[in-house]
Design a protein around this ligand. Structure first.
Ligand SMILES: [Zn+2]
Length: 433
């Protein structure tokens, strides 16, 4: 049989963990084998029971093999504003981000940063991202072209914004509509790419532009919609002032037909009871971005409340408001946000979220986020002994959940030993540029 067998400690989630002891939420093979061929997972199970005759075996012991990590909200044009010293959201946007994003009118710049962006994703074990590009069509073209070159499953979209931003960053309702349509035609479902209709947020889109965004969402129901919701108190006040007759912030997106199972709502922090009900009803996804929320001081996402009310929740870095490309670091900060809320975010749930949970949020279960026959072979190999202090701590770790918690608390790109994208080794398997 031709193909490759990855041998190692294989872990893949099958359902939402109901606590740190819930062994029914995952499948784990201490000496496991993932059989891959032509970019797909063919089989997974115990190494000694696997039929591996003729296959190339790559042994990753003692490391863990998991599905590739998924980032559901990130801004690739913000790589060079990460860690900018600012006050709250609106100052951060005006002082740094809206200046930086103007550079993406230049194709060469967009291509260079897109290439560096995917280098960082791979370095950190992330095989799928849902990214905002800048307002410029060329920035989305650079993003999708680079992802295609690496054969990565990505979601992305050109930002639509026609007000409350510097003139070079503004499109119009018509140009935003036309360019989005062109990009969907050129990229959506081409290879592994998916398109997200991307009105940046209610503040930077006029009612006319929100209207066309809703039209696009109806015309292309299998595209995603991504935007921002209720990140910061001043932002919420401004949004309500700009749309005085639509009740609350979530009501604005509801009014323009932008809520639904394919809608990713970055932040979703300060929500009323009515807004939470609306998210649950429409099956929209609330995206938790802990490093960003802490860094910009936006607030504490209420994971427990949203879960309880039946809202779909995803996790994301939100670079460059977020401060790390690492989904491990992201869930480390997510854990601390939960602690401050008096909630527990256990390590099984964290690793569920960055793999199967985020795949479900993108309605891509069975394709990415779990190691099952027929899935794309996007995988990450994690080393819990990657640094001297982690290796020392591992001497006292006994349970799998404790190892995951150590990886999350102390791990970063150094803990990512290898990354496979559609079956191809990308971190060490090919030279980095
Ligand atoms: Zn964002």
């Amino acid at each position: 049989m031709t193909g490759t067998v990855l041998r190692g400690r294989v872990l893949t989630f099958v359902d939402v963990p109901q606590g740190v002891d819930d062994a029914s939420s995952y499948r784990y093979f201490e000496d496991g084998a993932v059989f891959i061929n032509e970019g797909k997972v063919i089989a997974v199970g115990d190494y000694h029971k696997a039929n591996i005759a003729g296959a190339t075996v790559i042994d990753h012991h003692p490391h863990l093999i998991l599905p590739g990590l998924i980032d559901t909200h990130v801004h690739y044009p913000q790589m060079q504003v990460i860690g900018s010293y600012a006050g709250a959201l609106l100052e951060w946007l005006n002082k740094y981000t809206f200046v930086e994003e103007q550079k993406f009118a230049d194709k060469g710049h967009a291509e260079r940063i897109a290439s560096r962006f995917f280098d960082e994703l791979i370095r950190h074990g992330t095989t799928t991202a849902a990214a905002y590009c800048s307002v410029h069509k060329v920035s989305a073209e650079a993003y999708f072209a680079e992802a295609a070159r690496r054969n990565m499953l990505v979601v992305g979209g050109k930002v639509m914004m026609d007000r409350n931003a510097p003139e070079p960053l503004r499109d119009t309702p018509q140009s935003g509509y036309d360019e989005t349509r062109d990009l969907i035609g050129a990229w959506h479902n081409r290879g592994r790419a998916r398109y997200a209709i991307t009105p940046r947020f209610a503040i930077t889109s006029s009612p006319e532009q929100m209207e066309v965004a809703g039209t696009l969402a109806r015309e292309f129901p299998d595209c995603y919609v991504q935007t921002h919701l209720s990140e910061n108190l001043a932002e919420i006040e401004l949004a309500k002032e700009l749309y005085p007759n639509l009740g609350d912030y979530t009501g604005i997106y509801e009014h323009y037909d932008l809520l639904g199972p394919n809608t990713l709502l970055g932040h979703s922090i300060h929500l009323s009871h009515h807004e939470v009900e609306l998210l649950a009803e429409t099956k929209s996804v609330a995206v938790f971005c802990p490093t960003s929320n802490l860094f910009i001081g936006s607030g504490l996402f209420d994971f427990g409340r949203l879960r309880e009310r039946g809202v779909r929740v995803a996790v994301a870095t939100d670079v460059g408001g977020g401060t790390s490309y690492s989904m491990l670091k992201t869930l480390d900060e997510g854990y601390k946000v939960a602690q401050l809320r008096g909630q527990r975010l256990d390590p099984l749930t964290s690793f569920y979220l960055m793999t199967l949970g985020n795949a479900r949020a993108l309605s891509l279960e069975g394709t990415i986020g779990s190691i099952v026959p027929g899935a794309d072979a996007d995988l990450v190999v994690l080393d819990a002994r990657a640094t001297p202090h982690m290796a020392l701590r591992m001497e006292t770790v006994e349970a799998l959940a404790d190892e995951l918690f150590l990886l999350q608390t102390c791990g970063d790109d150094r803990a990512v030993a290898e990354v496979y994208v559609a079956g191809k080794a990308m971190k060490n398997g090919v030279e980095e540029k």
